[in-house]
Design a protein around this ligand. Structure first.
Ligand code: GLY
Ligand code: MN
Length: 365
């Protein structure tokens, strides 16, 4: 399965006049080789793809894990007496044109290779990401499973909140219950720190959850994603604790209207810039554009935010097999925010929502 991915990358190397690509981004290494270390911030592995071969450099402690998980076309190198980069330096040929991942490699690593070999690495941008943008059936299957877990967890958390609303539960209690319940359904972990935001907290798009109590008369925004086989879902609903105020209802219905119109406009061939513009135009017509603080959506996969971005600055076009979010929101500073987000796959003639939870206004009473 992954062999094709390496071959697809080798075609890009030929297209771009490179002898090889040094891959340092752990998500890209996993995508191509199926090797997954434990840390996404420490350098645990590097993958070196030439036009005909593929080498994975990993410490010996990972040898057993790699033997069973890594694609058979990948040659595993665990003799790293000079460390990961030191051993790589001894391995490469000086007259090669080698690309590196400019958005991932550190300056120190770049210098290390240059000093050790004299090779001037060619900076590349998003080569593996170019392959990752269209998902395979297998990847879509994992994302569908992650979306199902998300729907079921959302259903469960409403009951949990209803039963515990008078017990003084906080945003953190809700997060712990999300974690517990989703793992029982097979989630590996959260795809990102979930946002559980009560009242004014929901007016901050990237709010950091605290010990704020859930109280009647407040909004509750839940933005969460769960990982299956490395792939994350992304989903948001905003509900009301108690009877919704007229102002909340008005804002909620407008955001929902924008989301439904954006979903209807999304299909292969739609420019991502134009799709964002669909959402902006409806908010503008309602006089609320100033309260729309982010873009309409983004690609999702191994990363929570990946290509394509659905924003005014993006120049992509939707294609069959992309996975995107559609997530308009309005934020009333110090009062409340409303965000409605679904995960969707671009089909042959539109999009299919993978998260299927109801979007009727929910009042927990
Ligand atoms: N769901 C988090 C985000 O898209 O920023
Ligand atoms: Mn999102």
């Amino acid at each position: 399965m992954k062999t094709n991915r390496i071959q697809n990358l080798q075609n890009l190397l030929i297209r771009d006049g490179l002898n090889a690509l040094l891959i340092t981004n752990p998500k890209n290494i996993f995508y191509l080789s199926n090797f997954r270390g434990v840390s996404e911030t420490e350098r645990e592995s590097i993958l070196f793809v030439t036009k005909t071969e593929c080498f994975l450099f990993i410490p010996r402690m990972y040898a057993d894990h790699a033997k069973i998980s890594v694609d058979s076309s990948v040659q595993i190198i665990t003799e790293l007496s000079n460390g990961l980069f030191g051993s790589f330096v001894e391995f490469i040929k000086e007259d090669w044109t080698i690309g590196c991942e400019a958005q991932n490699m550190t300056l120190a690593e770049h210098r290390h290779i240059h000093k050790g070999t004299g090779v001037e690495l060619t900076l590349t941008y998003g080569l593996v990401e170019e392959l990752r943008i269209i998902k395979s059936e297998e990847e879509i299957h994992s994302l569908k499973k992650a979306a199902q877990i998300t729907d079921q967890t959302f259903e469960h958390i409403q009951t949990f909140i209803k039963h515990n609303l008078d017990a003084g539960i906080t945003e953190h209690h809700v997060i712990e219950e999300l974690r517990r319940f989703s793992s029982s359904l097979g989630s590996e972990k959260f795809g990102f720190d979930p946002i559980v935001a009560v009242g004014p907290g929901s007016a901050e798009p990237h709010y950091i959850s605290q010990n704020r109590k859930l109280d009647r008369g407040q909004t509750l925004l839940i933005d969460m994603g769960f990982v299956v086989n490395g792939y994350t879902s992304d989903f948001t609903r905003t509900i009301f604790l108690g009877k919704a105020s007229p102002e909340f209802k008005q804002i909620y219905n407008l955001v929902l209207d924008v989301q439904l119109k954006s979903i209807a406009a999304a299909k292969p061939g739609t420019s991502t810039k134009d799709l964002h513009e669909v959402s902006t135009q409806v908010f503008k017509d309602a006089g609320k554009k100033e309260l729309y603080l982010h873009s309409l959506g983004h690609g999702v996969g191994l990363d929570i935010h990946e290509a394509p971005s659905i924003s005014p600055r993006s120049d992509s076009t939707l294609k069959h097999g992309m996975i995107i979010t559609i997530e308009p929101g309005l934020y009333l500073s110090n009062k409340f925010g409303v965000l409605i987000e679904d995960l969707a796959v671009v089909t042959e003639d539109g999009v299919e929502l993978l998260t299927k939870a109801s979007k009727e206004l929910i009042e927990v009473v």
